[in-house]
Design a binder for this molecule. Structure first.
Ligand SMILES: NC(=O)NC1=NC(=O)NC1=O
Length: 174
């Protein structure tokens, strides 16, 4: 879909297409719809980023809490959104050894106990080994640093989901 087609979408159709660019937070694309017409993919991204940045810390943490754990219960019960399922599969989380699953479960719960929100990382840009290493490393951060880092990862996930939905440059007009 090129940006001209995006700009022509009704509110409902826009949400149909973009509703999950931030995991389980349709209110965010809903809020940026009012800024159409968008000049391009980067413009949509910028409006989403500005919206997230404008939230108080509790709002940012609310976004983080909408994210399913990596290799968590939702993955194993089939309760993931299609986006998340695909991302977790791409990072290799659908084929973990039992000891890897339990390691991820305990690291995720240690992280959540420390920060009060789940560990979030852009799975498509990392292998499962990178992710386990990052989880361990980031456990050592303070809450403020970690919240900022996690929101940065949410924006990377969003950027990749958007690039799957919107062509970077509309096909040339001639
Ligand atoms: N907790 C997470 O980081 N979850 C996820 N990262 C992704 O890239 N997709 C997810 O579901």
């Amino acid at each position: 879909m090129d940006i001209n087609a995006v700009n022509a979408l009704s509110y409902e159709d826009f949400l149909e297409v973009f509703g999950n660019v931030i995991e389980k937070c349709p209110i965010i694309p809903a809020a940026v719809w009012t800024h159409r017409p968008f000049s391009g993919l980067e413009d949509i991204e910028a409006h989403i980023s500005n919206f997230i940045n404008s939230l108080p810390e509790s709002g940012k943490e609310g976004i983080l809490r909408c994210h399913p754990d990596l290799a968590g219960r939702e993955l194993h019960s089939g309760a993931l959104t299609r986006d998340s399922q695909e991302e977790q599969r791409a990072a290799g989380f659908t084929h973990l050894q039992p000891e890897e699953v339990s390691r991820m479960r305990s690291l995720n719960s240690e992280y959540k106990a420390r920060f009060g929100f789940p560990f979030v990382i852009c799975a498509r840009l990392n292998t499962k080994r990178d992710i386990m290493r990052e989880l361990l490393k980031r456990l050592g951060n303070d809450r403020e640093t970690e919240r900022t880092r996690a929101i940065g990862e949410v924006k990377k996930i969003c950027a990749l989901r958007l690039s799957n939905l919107v062509l970077h440059d509309p096909p040339n007009s001639e």
